[in-house]
Design a protein around this ligand. Structure first.
Ligand code: CTP
Length: 398
């Protein structure tokens, strides 16, 4: 989604400038075209050559140098930018922007642009909390600029306080979010479930399954990057969930059902990638079951509700997954009909390159109109994009 996006990266004079080298690198790797504009202060902290080497593009450090003989630099940058990011942003540059000053290439470009502007402040706590800085930030916010809040931690002075620039990962999420506003799922509410569920036997033991949550995470990231407002309902997992989506943690199938019901009323799409336990222990023991007291153990299991079959709202596109070990398409189609789905993603769990814990998947998409699309082996992220493409066509034809 960042491929070929034109991003102006304004770097001002703060020690966090070194972290922005990593940001420039990540953005370039994601395919964005990065024009770094440095203030004089920034060049005291980091050399333009660093950014030039990372972005493979010239770095702008001077106001009165034309980009080419025919282009006026700041106007050309201002109009071709999809986004301008200022990181780190000093109290000084924030004050200049709030006043509409344009005394260097960066402030002039920002004054001249219609692109969204994202600002990552970094300064000493007293400068940040000063009422004049707060008033400047409030005024820029009112004019539509987006701030990535600075964090608590060690500051340039060595003191601990608020004012550290946000981490590069958080900046990447904020950037993706702004670019995604023009994505094909912008304004859509998408609920995704991921991971397995744990059904307690006693306070320490549970019945679980091998689902890692990776497929659901890939779907959540892809939907987020295409502009959707994503709620990720997540069973227990050891993996770090994606940023920039709303996470609701659940443990059991019943918890998951309640969580889905709680958010689905105004959702446009529900994608159940979770491996929901089909059965739960009827009466989990309240205390830990002691081994010595038992020679063997029988667990009485009762059926969990079928979440996907039971939840609905008018116009909701419901997408299910079908984990099968045989008769893939037939079984998937039967589930699609039984659960009233628009789309089902069927995968063969016996194949080593698809299924639990791995980063790839080989799936077949079966839709309610009877179309069967067998996809080749691809990354879970690519599968997610294909599923969302299909969701887009199902929504526009409904
Ligand atoms: N699902 C659900 N609630 C359940 C069980 C499954 O919402 N109690 C959802 C899954 O998240 C998935 C789809 O239904 O999207 C199909 O899940 P799967 O386990 O393949 O099918 P089951 O209906 O459980 O049938 P079986 O396990 O017998 O194949």
């Amino acid at each position: 989604m960042l491929a070929n996006k034109s991003i102006v990266l304004g770097v001002t004079g703060g020690i966090a400038a070194f972290k922005v080298a990593e940001l420039a690198s990540q953005l370039t790797k994601a395919g964005a075209l990065i024009d770094v504009v440095m203030t004089r202060g920034a060049m005291e902290f980091i050399a333009p050559l660093t950014f030039q080497a990372l972005t493979h593009r010239p770095v702008v450090t001077e106001m009165f140098r034309l980009l080419t003989e025919t282009e006026i630099g700041h106007i050309s940058l201002a109009s071709r930018a999809d986004l301008i990011v200022v990181a780190p942003a000093t109290a000084n540059v924030i004050a200049k922007l709030a006043c509409g000053l344009a005394d260097d290439m960066l402030t002039t470009t920002i004054l001249a642009t219609r692109a969204p502007v994202l600002i990552a402040p970094a300064m000493e706590e007293n400068m940040l909390t000063n009422t004049v800085t707060q008033a400047n930030i409030a005024s820029l916010r009112e004019r539509g600029m987006v701030f990535v809040e600075s964090q608590f931690g060690r500051l340039a002075s060595g003191k601990i306080g608020k004012g550290r620039m946000a981490e590069v990962d958080d900046l990447m999420v904020a950037i993706r979010k702004i670019i995604a506003q023009k994505g094909d799922l912008a304004g859509m509410k998408v609920v995704i479930t991921a991971g397995g569920t744990h059904e307690p036997i006693d306070p320490v033991r549970f019945i679980g399954n091998r689902s890692s949550g990776k497929m659901g995470f890939a779907l959540a990231e892809a939907a987020r990057d295409r502009g959707a407002e994503v709620t990720l309902i997540l069973g227990p997992t050891y993996l770090q969930p994606p940023k920039g989506v709303k996470i609701v943690n659940v443990e059991t199938a019943l918890d998951m059902k309640r969580a889905v019901e709680g958010v689905v009323a105004d959702a446009h799409v529900l994608i159940m990638a979770a491996a929901v336990a089909d059965f739960r222990v009827e009466q989990p023991a309240e205390q830990k079951i002691k081994r010595e007291k038992l020679d063997g153990m029988d667990l009485h299991l009762v059926k969990n509700p079928d979440i996907l079959a039971q939840v609905s709202n008018p116009g909701l596109v419901k997408v299910g997954f079908a984990a099968e070990s045989q008769d893939l398409v037939e079984n998937a189609r039967a589930k699609l009909e039984k659960k009233h789905l628009q789309l089902i993603v069927a995968n063969n769990i016996t194949s080593p390159e698809s299924g639990f814990g791995v980063d790839t998947n080989k799936v077949t998409l079966v839709d309610a109109a009877g179309n069967v699309t067998e996809l080749p082996l691809m990354s879970k992220r690519e599968v997610a994009e294909q599923v969302l493409n299909k969701v887009g066509t199902l929504r526009s034809s409904s």
